[in-house]
Design a protein around this ligand. Structure first.
Ligand SMILES: [Cu+2]
Length: 332
C-alpha cells in the first residue's frame, strides 16, 4: 500500500477556511468591550496554563520512555508522583477556578450596579426586538440591531416572549440567556467604532442559526442624533414608486404584522419597519437592507430563512414588488 502524499494546497485550503472564521466580525478573540477583554484574557491564561501542563507531560513522558535508568528511577519516586500527580493539578485547577470566578464576579457586580436600563431586547422567534428609552423617557422600537454609544456603559434588559434565547455579542461581552418570565440584566460597553455581529446562542427551534444581529458602535453625539431620528415617524414617500409601495404595504396586509410609525401599519408580530432602510441587515442579519434584498425577502423569505414566521408573498406583480422594495429601502 502506498501512503498518500501530503498535499500542501489542500492543507493550505483547509487552514484558510479555518482561519477565515477569525477575521473578527464575530469573535471573542477580537475583544472591543470591557467584559469581552476580561473573557479573552481568561481564555489566553487558561490556554497558556494548559499548554504548559501539556508540555510538562510530554517531556516527562518522553523521559519515562527514553531516559536513562537513573532518570527513570528518579521519575518513579513517590514524592514526585505525589507532587506532579496530585498537588500540581489541585493547585493549577484551583487557581484557574478562582480566577474564572473572579471574572464572573466582576461582570455580576457591573450588572448589579447598573441602575437605569436604557435598552430592552426581546428575544422572538427568530429575531430581536430592540427598544431604546430616549432622554424624554419615550420608547423607541427597533429591531435586529443594537446601536451603542462609544465607551459608555449601557445596561440591557434581556427578556423573551416565547422560548429561551441567548444574547451573545462576543466582541463586546459574554452571553446571557433570555428566559420567559424573567428579566436578565447585562451591562455592556463597546470601545471600538464600527459594526460587529452577534448571534442567538441557545437553540430556539427552526431557523435559530439564522437569528443573528449587528452591533453598531457610534460616537456619542452621532448616537444621540441617530436615536432622535429613530424616534421620529417614518419618512413620507417622495417618488411615485415609493407612494405606490406605501399603498401596497397597507393593501397587501403587511400592516397586520408590522408597524411603520406615522402610517396605519401597527402590527407587532414582526419587526418594526419605521426605519428599516437605515439598518445594516434584514431577516436578523441574513440579508443586507437594500432594495434588491427587500424584494427577495418578500417573495422568497421561506427559502432564505426556512420556517420563519412571515408568509412569502409571491402573487405580487414585478412592478409592484419593485415599488414595495423601493418604499422599504426609502425608510431611513
Ligand atoms: Cu436561538
Amino acid at each position: 500500500m502506498t501512503r498518500s502524499p501530503v498535499r500542501p494546497h489542500l492543507v493550505l485550503a483547509v487552514a484558510g477556511i479555518a482561519l477565515a472564521g477569525c477575521e473578527g466580525v464575530q469573535s471573542a478573540l477580537y475583544a472591543s468591550g470591557v467584559e469581552a477583554r476580561e473573557i479573552r484574557l481568561l481564555f489566553w491564561v487558561a490556554t497558556g496554563v494548559c499548554a504548559a501542563v501539556l508540555l510538562l507531560v510530554m517531556v516527562i513522558g518522553t523521559l519515562a520512555l527514553a531516559g536513562s535508568t537513573r532518570v527513570r528511577a528518579w521519575l518513579a519516586r513517590e514524592q514526585l508522583v505525589i507532587a506532579l500527580g496530585l498537588i500540581l493539578p489541585v493547585v493549577v485547577l484551583s487557581g484557574l477556578l478562582t480566577y474564572a470566578l473572579l471574572v464572573l464576579q466582576a461582570g455580576a457586580a457591573r450588572n448589579a450596579s447598573a441602575t437605569d436600563s436604557s435598552v430592552t431586547i426581546v428575544g422572538k422567534r427568530w429575531w430581536w426586538e430592540v427598544v431604546y428609552r430616549d432622554a424624554d423617557g419615550r420608547s423607541v422600537v427597533s429591531a435586529n440591531e443594537l446601536r451603542l454609544p462609544l465607551g459608555r456603559p449601557v445596561s440591557l434588559r434581556l427578556v423573551s416572549d416565547d422560548v429561551i434565547h441567548s444574547f451573545w455579542a462576543p466582541n463586546i461581552a459574554g452571553k446571557l440567556d433570555m428566559i420567559p418570565g424573567r428579566v436578565n440584566r447585562l451591562t455592556i460597553q463597546s470601545d471600538k467604532l464600527g459594526v460587529s455581529r452577534g448571534q442567538c446562542a441557545e437553540y430556539c427551534g427552526g431557523p435559530h442559526a439564522l437569528m443573528a444581529f449587528h452591533v453598531v458602535t457610534l460616537p456619542d453625539a452621532e448616537y444621540q442624533a441617530w436615536l432622535a431620528r429613530e424616534a421620529s415617524t417614518a419618512r413620507v414617500p417622495t417618488t411615485a414608486a415609493q407612494r405606490r409601495g406605501a399603498a401596497l404595504f397597507i393593501e397587501s396586509g403587511c400592516g397586520a404584522c408590522h408597524s411603520i410609525r406615522g402610517t396605519e401599519a401597527r402590527g407587532t408580530i414582526g419587526p418594526d419597519l419605521t426605519h428599516v432602510g437605515s439598518r445594516v441587515s434584514i431577516g436578523a442579519a441574513t440579508l443586507p437592507a437594500d432594495a434588491a434584498s427587500f424584494a427577495r425577502w418578500i417573495t422568497d423569505n421561506q427559502h432564505i430563512k426556512p420556517e420563519n414566521l412571515m408568509p412569502p408573498f409571491r402573487h405580487l406583480a414585478p412592478e409592484d414588488l419593485d415599488a414595495l422594495a423601493a418604499y422599504l429601502a426609502s425608510l431611513d
